[in-house]
Design a protein around this ligand. Sequence first.
Ligand SMILES: NC(=O)C1=CN([C@@H]2O[C@H](COP(=O)(O)OP(=O)(O)OC[C@H]3O[C@@H](n4cnc5c(N)ncnc54)[C@H](O)[C@@H]3O)[C@@H](O)[C@H]2O)C=CC1
Ligand SMILES: O=C(O)CCC(=O)C(=O)O
Length: 525
Amino acid sequence: MPKVLISDALSPAAVAIFRDRGVEVDVKTDLKPEELKAIIGQYDGLAIRSATKVTKEVLAAATNLKVVGRAGIGVDNVDVPAATQRGVVVMNTPFGNSITTAEHAIAMMFALARQLPDANASTHAGKWEKSRFMGVELYGKTLGLIGCGNIGSIVADRAIGLKMKVIAYDPFLSPDRALDLGVEKVELDGLFQRADFLTLHTPLTDQTRNIVDAAAIAKMKPGVRIINCARGGLIVEEDLLAALKSGHVAGAALDVFAVEPAKESAFFGLPNVVCTPHLGAATSEAQENVALQVAEQISDFLLSGAVTNALNMPSVTAEEAPKLKPYLALVEQLGGFAGQITETRLKAVNITYEGDVAQLNTRPITSVILAGLLRPLLDSVNMVSAPVVAREYDIDVSETKRETCEDYHTLVRLTVTTERQTRTIAGSLFAGTKPRIVELEGISLEAEVARNMLFVRNEDKPGFIGRLGTVLGDAGINIANFNLGRRPEGGSALALVSVDSPVADEVVKAVLALPSVVQAKALNF
Ligand SMILES: NC(=O)C1=CN([C@@H]2O[C@H](COP(=O)(O)OP(=O)(O)OC[C@H]3O[C@@H](n4cnc5c(N)ncnc54)[C@H](O)[C@@H]3O)[C@@H](O)[C@H]2O)C=CC1
Ligand SMILES: O=C(O)CCC(=O)C(=O)O
């Protein structure tokens, strides 16, 4: 039974889902990094919100971990590249808290415009300071959005309802989508110059970090009000502080801070600053949504291999997972075979999907082929990291699909180009689920892959099979299966021999010394 750790405060709905689905679950919150590292090795899955930091060090200790599920959107608390390198799938729940967070941004905008928190505190204190709290209307004002994805577009919709003019800077926002949303797409400087209210809704990335700094603020209208319900690191806090003190920025509403939890901050106590403790997603509806979603996604992945909302792996639906399973077994073998007989630098990989397999979601199949192919070269590679590793190694990966296939109902053909040569290997599924290698370097055969194998390329000459059998027999190696193929008679021939024990180097050398043998290689699967 897979085992999951919930290490942040998640709705109890998540625990119920895990248990119902047959996943063992522990809830241990507020763990120190050392405490998390000490126990993480026991778990197959980790469910988090924003408090748990899934660092490289935590991942190194997570020897059984297969999936990290973020009940929420931002994954800046997860070292995604390190997770990818270790083959850990990272998932989030991209929509469950968007409405709630957008509503918080709108609430913060009202709070700023009408100084609601201070007016509330003053009234509770028995003062009746009517003239102190003069506000501004939102009606007719320009709202500048930095980031117009899920949350930004909901904020835009609500702001348009308030009769604001909405402008957005988002390099990935298409003109058609902007038109649909009723927002004007602008450049960043234009947004800074025009916005009366400015709200941030981008992830924290190298491009967005410090996007609001002194230079940006200098371009803004005097009296601008800034709302941040995305991530603290988007704003240079000292620069905003200076602008609030000088009055160039009339007010700021901050749900997020560069360092969290923010128990101390130079913003605290300023009259024109509204602060909340990262409450953007904090409604019972949103927390129920993200907890249910993350528990379902982690359970699906651990129990059936279905992948939803992963940031470092292609999606696989629950219906696709069982259909893909026999293909993943087949292509692991094809990739592993090709990887083990490859001796020089890989330059290109083409995968041709023919017949039934061409109808399937082939991206995970391609990832597994690459993992099989690269594993003999790099131990730690797996289906999550393989596409990234292939890119890092400058390997050109391409896919071709053909709906029909001449000799088989389904066929996966892998063509590997190295510095020295191009090789092909093809496989099919017999009886729907049984992997078989059916072609090697243009030569037809029908080989079942075994744990230990010997691959021999030779010239098709009489006496070879007997001599090979003798070498193996003399070494005490029992032959389980012998697959032969040749093209044409007397030309190139291949032997794929399944054996009951590993073939040692000296036995391979003895095979290589046989007349007519061109290549010999021991393979392990
Ligand atoms: N305060 C809170 O509790 C919450 C905060 N968040 C934060 O809000 C962020 C946004 O969430 P969603 O809208 O769901 O994400 P999203 O991925 O749907 O939208 C992000 C948008 O930012 C845009 N973007 C990316 N790079 C940009 C750049 N350099 N300049 C301008 N725009 C850029 C993208 O094109 C995309 O449209 C999350 O990444 C998370 O950090 C999310 C939920 C709750
Ligand atoms: O889990 C939370 O409370 C924070 C939500 C958040 O920041 C996110 O989903 O990105």
